[in-house]
Design a protein around this ligand. Structure first.
Ligand SMILES: [Zn+2]
Length: 291
């Protein structure tokens, strides 16, 4: 495991990593060119942009413990077959070992939150045991936004493929047969300290997670932002954002809501140190990592 854990009042949030990668500038965020990264270098190098101008991207679960609950936010790529070049990202089970080592053995998890239904967020929702597909977290309720589920239920195979929502038949559809899904509103309250809030654009029913405990607040972003450069340059949309205009508005709202507030912003794909604060700088609002 990565060892990254944050206290948020009485809550803890633990990062459990499945995979980390360095990707070329302008690849998965087309607007994040070398030039754009260079003008943000003071805020991004070396932790999220390396010496060669490559962008760090991490795939991890964020595991919350609060209110007597163990909550896993997003379940990474998982063990199921993937098309084409994505097959190389398939997990060999190491993630479950890391999850247990972090105190989140799969039987102990009470709630799984899917921020949206792209393949790298739902993969370990299910697994195969003795040839049978089963819920990986047998005692958990799986929370999925109703609007997100409706969108993908109506989507063509081509649209799913394009948006990397290509494992639903293995990772989401079977959950309904197991009776473990709660379709919820995008502002659903999970527990006294944890609530969802809508952050659409990357996908129509995308949600982020807010944790309020004692006098502290944290936000788990999901994919409304993939890389910290997008918090400096909100118009830099991800290549798979469903609606780049809406996703830009969502990022602008996220910056406005967190700027100079002390709210801990925990990035679902941010490389270590992964969490930080939005602060006013002479160059405008910027993400300042903690630690
Ligand atoms: Zn996504």
């Amino acid at each position: 495991m990565s060892g990254l854990r944050w206290n948020v009042g009485d809550a803890t949030v633990t990062r459990v990593v499945e995979r980390e990668a360095q990707l070329a500038a302008g690849s998965f965020i087309p607007g994040a060119t070398l030039e754009v990264l260079e003008r943000n270098r003071a805020y991004l190098h070396p932790w999220s942009v390396d010496d060669e101008g490559r962008m760090g991207l991490s795939i991890h679960a964020l595991c919350v413990e609060v209110d007597g609950l163990k909550i896993v936010v997003d379940t990474c790529v998982g063990p199921h077959p993937l098309p084409g070049i994505f097959e190389a990202m398939r997990d060999d089970g190491s993630f479950l070992t890391a999850l247990a080592a972090a105190g989140f053995a799969r039987e102990s998890v009470d709630v799984v939150i899917c921020t949206h239904l792209h393949f790298d967020h739902v993969g370990w929702n299910t697994m195969t045991v003795d040839g049978e597909l089963v819920p990986t977290f047998p005692n958990a309720r799986y929370l999925i936004a109703r609007t997100e589920h409706e969108h993908w239920s109506a989507a063509s195979e081509e649209a799913k493929e394009h948006a990397t929502a290509f494992t639903l038949h293995n990772t989401v559809d079977p959950l309904f047969g197991f009776g473990v899904v709660d379709l919820v509103e995008t502002d659903h309250r999970v527990s006294p300290s944890v609530a969802l809030f809508p952050t659409p654009g990357h996908s129509p029913g995308h949600v982020s997670v807010r944790i309020d405990s004692v006098d502290a607040t944290a936000i788990i972003t999901g994919d409304c932002v993939h890389h910290p450069v997008q918090l400096a340059e909100p118009a830099c949309a991800s290549g798979v954002d469903d609606d780049p205009v809406q996703s830009t508005a969502t990022r602008e709202a996220l910056v406005a809501a967190t700027l100079d507030t002390g709210i801990l912003v925990i990035g679902t794909h941010f490389p270590p140190p992964t969490a930080g604060h939005m602060v006013t700088t002479p160059d405008g609002p910027r993400f300042r990592p903690v630690g």
